[in-house]
Write a protein that binds this ligand. Structure first.
Ligand code: CMX
Length: 470
């Protein structure tokens, strides 16, 4: 990987520039097995990754990644290759891979807690940060670490409790995450004059603190807005998803905890260009701390074309059942309802994607969970009927580039089956999961010294001037 075979003067110069990084890599290789904590392991990997990035930039820094057309500039920068996101990569046909692993591979290869059928976001977090499959003990060490950090400052509790129940749960989540910034270790370290080489360390600490606190924040919002306003506490003997299930009020149902594990794993990361990931990365590039960066990402996730689509899907299906007057609509009735939605100038929520061109494997993972655990659920049957009908309708409609379902088309029916029926809360669950992905990359952004983002914008007039010059 680091072979420097050329004997030109330039390559000798670059080889000598790489020497310290290569020496650090050699040190890393000899010490990797002694890593006991995730933080230690990340610290060991940083010199290697920095050496790799340096090498790639030296070798290929002048190469062109792709062209940008005028349509791309007007069309939401779709497909422009302009950022680095190492934790996951999205293929239009195959879907997401986390550090090279597909969702079924993640489900198969990552450790599971005793008695669980799904792997955990803690194990995934290790994979996202290191590119390595954790042992059961390593995954457990993240669980323990997060459990030990799970508490909220009183003023944040008061702040959430004072929100009117009419304030959308996503706004409450964003507000609380911004308030947690009060205790940002990165912000304090920056103020105290930390060396830029060490930025990643307090960003790592903030990220773990934030991940640990999110179930407490999210469940507090849920129980205030939709339940009795009574709150539980974190049980140090169980994993993150079981704790989250308990805090939400679903302690009794073991299947629900497994659903949470699946949910939190599959919604975590979807490469870097989507609105929530890109926003977190962009705001972080100004050295805003993880709380401020992630809160910004959450505000993007709260848009109906992005994460909020999961609440829209269930709302749309329930409205369809109400309007048709049955919870077992026929295929013809469903088709007619889809056309009515399209003809009234609205989108069919849960279908289409900016990158994907086939069924989202996150949809398939949830479908398999439903086939196993709730095959007779009427709403699941309707979701399955939609899967049969909507792609054909959207293809006939002729606008969308991808008529297939995305992740949001399936999550609501699973949550509803277990009694989590409050659609306005669904995007909060997406937000808790998304933190695992975007914070992993944010730690690497600072470890690799990524620059402040500043792409070039143009005016319509300047585009005319470019191409209409005599
Ligand atoms: N229903 C109706 N029309 C749709 C559509 C859908 N599900 N998906 C795309 N289209 C339309 C677009 O609105 C666009 O119309 P105009 O040309 O009139 O503007 C046209 O088809 C082309 O769009 P596209 O290139 O296929 O899709 P985009 O990359 O522009 O947008 C997305 C992607 C997801 C916003 C879009 O498919 C959509 O609105 N889907 C429904 C909302 C949804 O499910 N969002 C969740 C996505 C996953 C997530 O982020 O959580």
């Amino acid at each position: 990987m680091f072979a420097l075979r050329s004997t030109t003067a330039a390559s000798v110069r670059s080889a000598s520039k790489l020497a310290p990084a290569l020496a650090a890599l050699a040190r890393f290789k000899s010490t990797s097995s002694s890593a006991t904590s995730l933080k230690q392991r990340v610290e060991q990997l940083i010199p290697e990754k920095n050496a790799e990035v340096k090498e790639v930039k030296q070798k290929y820094g002048d190469r062109v990644l792709g062209e940008t057309t005028v349509n791309m500039a007007y069309g939401g920068m779709r497909g422009i290759k302009g950022m680095i996101w190492d934790t996951s990569l999205l293929d239009a046909d195959e879907g997401i891979r986390f550090r090279g692993l597909s969702i079924p591979e993640v489900q198969q290869q990552l450790p599971k807690p005793k008695g669980a059928t799904e792997t955990t976001p803690e194990a995934l977090f290790w994979l996202l940060l290191t590119g390595e499959i954790p042992t059961a003990a390593q995954a457990q060490s993240i669980t323990d670490e997060l459990n030990s950090r799970a508490s909220l400052p009183q003023f944040v509790i008061d702040l959430i409790d004072r929100c009117p129940s009419t304030l959308h749960p996503m706004s409450q989540l964003s507000l609380a995450v911004n308030a947690l910034q009060h205790d940002s270790q990165f912000a304090k370290a920056y103020h105290a004059g930390i060396n830029r080489k060490d930025y990643w360390d307090p960003v790592f600490e903030d990220s773990l603190d934030l991940l640990a606190k999110l179930p407490l924040v999210a469940s507090r919002i849920y129980r205030n807005v939709f339940k009795d306003g009574k709150h539980g506490s974190v049980d140090a003997s169980v994993d993150y998803s079981q704790n989250f299930a308990n805090l939400l009020g679903f302690a009794e149902n073991a299947e629900f905890a497994d659903l949470m594990r699946l949910y939190l794993v599959i919604h975590s990361d979807h490469e870097g260009g989507n609105v929530s990931a890109h926003t977190t990365h962009l705001v972080g590039s100004a050295l805003s701390d993880p709380y401020l960066s992630f809160a910004a990402g959450l505000n993007g996730l709260a848009g109906p074309l992005h994460g909020l689509a999961n609440q829209e899907v269930l709302r749309w299906i329930i409205k369809m059942q109400e309007e048709i007057g049955t919870d077992t609509p026929t295929e013809d009735q469903i088709r007619e309802y889809c056309w009515a939605t399209l003809n009234s100038g609205r989108v069919v929520p849960g279908y289409g994607h900016a990158v994907l061109r086939k069924t989202d494997p996150r949809y398939m993972a949830q479908r398999e969970f439903a086939q196993k655990n709730l095959p007779e659920d009427n709403l699941f049957k309707t979701v399955s009927a939609l899967y049969k009908i909507v792609p054909g309708v959207l293809t006939e409609h002729g606008k969308t580039k991808n008529p297939w379902p995305n992740v949001d088309a399936h999550s609501g029916v699973l949550l509803r089956h277990y009694g989590l029926v409050e659609q306005d809360f669904y995007t909060v669950l997406f937000g808790v999961s998304r933190a695992f992905g975007v914070l992993s990359q944010l730690i690497w952004d600072r470890a690799l010294g990524f620059s402040i983002e500043r792409p070039k914008s143009l005016t319509t007039e300047s585009i005319r001037a470019m191409f209409e010059k005599k």
